[in-house]
Design a protein. Sequence first.
Length: 156
Amino acid sequence: MRKLEITIPVRVYAYDELDEARRKLIDRAKEATGGSYAPYSNFNVGAAIELATGEIVTGANQENAAFSSGTCAERSACFSAGALHKGVPMRRIAIAAYTASAFQRKPISPCGACRQALLEYETAQGSPMEVLLYGSDEVYVLPSVAATLPLCFTEF
């Protein structure tokens, strides 16, 4: 037997320490929470993806009484980007969550299904997609979607 330790590279910033492009992407993710339909959880999530062209595509979580019929903000954004901008690489994604009357203080991360969906686009495009996880107290920056899912499927 041998022991395998997996580490995830995460840089932690205050929002104001980020460059303008990353702040803009986070702002778009925060705005996207307004498009959330979350009458069951009241957990409004927005995602914004910056494409290699500089264009930004957003998405928001959409709940449904038949819970599995809803979708997360991250998949909403990446599926839109994939359908509307076929073959254009996704450079980075920002994710933010709003509950009650404020944005979450600590960053939230994508669920496993979203991580796998995003990873498939990252793998297909052959380049990393930086991940920005917004919290009002701090922002986590990860170098790729693969860093969020170290034991993942990549064969398809």
